[in-house]
Design a protein around this ligand. Structure first.
Ligand code: FMN
Length: 171
């Protein structure tokens, strides 16, 4: 898919089918994550927990259902948690990684969703953080889902760039 088509196709999905994400697509998406710009080039200050096996995803969603009234990860087949060492740029770095993931997913005919709301509670659960392989001294910052939307019509949606969506001053 051409870049601007992927930009127009990207949208947040909160209802996923059980269809797994292929390893080929996942590799491209993780490559896009690793291609993100990172403050001062400190790639070593970041960590990705990639939950993508059916058993790993099922265990994670069961944990989410125990922690929250409703699964905030919408039963998605792939969850990528971005963790960071202590850095004032942790949030910005995570956002760059996540946008690359979302655009790569759209280019692969998949969808996704940025996840911020659930992160503080996930970060508090030390056992879960350890299971997710987050290195000592790192903390979860943000996450992103990837999967096939249950409603296939979502994939046909194309939202042409709307220049009035964000207030601008042009000089
Ligand atoms: C920083 C950030 C945090 C977000 N956190 C969540 C979240 O925790 N849960 C969720 O369902 N959507 C979350 N979203 C998705 C936004 O609600 C969504 O991107 C926005 O409403 C625009 O819709 P669109 O992505 O379909 O274009 C987040 C998006 C961003 C950029």
């Amino acid at each position: 898919m051409e870049f601007f088509e992927a930009v127009s196709a990207r949208h947040s999905t909160r209802d996923y089918s059980a269809e797994p994400v292929s390893e080929a697509s996942l590799k491209k998406i993780l490559g896009a994550a690793c291609a993100a710009p990172i403050g001062m080039g400190r790639y070593d200050a970041l960590h990705l927990s990639v939950v993508s096996t059916p058993s790993g995803a099922a265990a994670l969603h069961a944990r989410m259902n125990a922690l929250f009234p409703q699964d905030p990860l919408y039963n998605a087949p792939v969850f990528i948690l971005v963790s960071s060492a202590d850095s004032p740029m942790a949030g910005q770095n995570a956002a760059c990684i996540i946008e690359n993931v979302l655009l790569a997913a759209a280019a692969e005919g998949l969808s996704g969703c940025y996840i911020a709301g659930a992160i503080p509670k996930i970060a508090e659960d030390r056992a879960l953080v350890r299971e997710l392989g987050v290195p000592e001294g790192f903390r979860p910052v943000a996450g992103v889902l990837v999967g096939h939307p249950r409603n296939k019509k979502e994939l046909g949606l194309r939202r042409p760039p709307a220049l009035e969506k964000i207030r601008m001053t042009r000089l």
